[in-house]
Design a protein around this ligand. Structure first.
Ligand SMILES: [Fe+2]
Length: 186
């Protein structure tokens, strides 16, 4: 039995604002997305794995974000890089990943080498189910240090990656090696 609504039912003075599909996702929302995707066992099982190198599947991220499912054979890693102005999040869906990152706000442009202060290095291990969000200009490298176990992770970025800056690192010195743009990834 359904209740009938009287014609004179009062209208709330202010309706809650629905989430706008064009709203920019925050890094916390991206972290929520990657956690939910990592818990989707059918999705994780759909990623082709290759013992020789990393594998990728592009996912539809929330609110126009760029998302990826990535497979990491033992011993593979990204090298040092950042994601320019994009915020993002990632989580480990299988195995364990190690993230080395810099807890420093670096100048974004206008330099080729930078000597890092002691104390800016951070390390974290992200076991299955563990993830992190990050802000703009987050400089890091991600590695699967296992000798025998594949790792799988889910990543999301907003805005969709306009560029990735790649660095080499020798001791405390970070050197900008090249800038990749989306046309380089086609
Ligand atoms: Fe990254």
């Amino acid at each position: 039995m359904s209740a009938s609504v009287p014609a004179s039912a009062p209208v709330p003075a202010a309706l809650p604002t629905p989430a706008r599909p064009t709203a920019k996702p925050t890094s916390a929302e991206l972290l929520d997305f990657v956690r939910r995707a990592a818990a989707d066992t059918d999705l994780i099982a759909s990623l082709p794995l290759d013992a020789e190198g990393r594998t990728w599947v592009r996912l539809e991220g929330p609110q126009g974000s760029e998302a990826w499912l990535i497979g990491w054979p033992p011993g593979t890693g990204t090298g040092w890089h950042d994601h320019a102005e994009s915020v993002g999040a990632f989580t480990t869906a299988a195995g364990t990943l190690k993230e080395n990152s810099l807890a420093a706000r670096l100048p974004t442009d206008g330099w080729k080498t930078l000597e890092l202060a002691e104390s800016v290095d951070r390390e974290r291990r992200l076991a299955t189910g563990q993830g992190r969000a990050f802000g703009r200009n987050h400089v890091h490298e991600v590695l699967n240090e296992s000798t025998d176990q594949h790792a799988i992770s889910v990543h999301a970025y907003y805005p969709p990656l306009p560029q990735i800056r790649r660095y080499s690192r020798t001791g405390a010195v970070l050197r900008l090696e090249h800038v990749e743009r989306p046309e380089d990834w086609q």
